[in-house]
Ligand binder design. Sequence first.
Ligand SMILES: Nc1ncnc2c1ncn2[C@@H]1O[C@H](COP(=O)(O)OP(=O)(O)OP(=O)(O)O)[C@@H](O)[C@H]1O
Ligand SMILES: [Mg+2]
Length: 112
Amino acid sequence: MKKIEAIIRPFKLDEVKEALMEEGIRGLTISEVRGYGRQKGHTETYRGSEYRIEFIPKIKIEVVVEDGKSEKVVDAILRTAKTGQVGDGKIFIYDVKDVIRIRTEESGQDAL
Ligand SMILES: Nc1ncnc2c1ncn2[C@@H]1O[C@H](COP(=O)(O)OP(=O)(O)OP(=O)(O)O)[C@@H](O)[C@H]1O
Ligand SMILES: [Mg+2]
């Protein structure tokens, strides 16, 4: 299984969520986060050569899927989250060792 963690622009959430639902994902976690990338949230100089780092609000999406679905899930995020401007976000992909549904104690893919 893979965990796909995507940092996206908040206004893209609905569109990304719809696309993920069409891929048949079974669960999804989102959080409101703040961060910065290469532009440090800011492109202007501040006090001469110093740059002030701004934390920009983003949404973090976390979804765990079976291996065979991960490529399509990544494609769906790329397709819907992209504007082509700096700050579109990033996708991190992790291997997931196990998942356990607390209620039934099922584990592995059955627990997704
Ligand atoms: N290396 C990183 N580690 C953790 N979070 C990151 C990293 N890079 C980006 N992020 C998160 O993703 C958000 C969006 O990053 P952003 O799209 O600006 O990345 P970038 O590398 O600067 O690409 P671009 O040049 O397209 O802006 C950041 O606000 C931050 O929350
Ligand atoms: Mg950036």
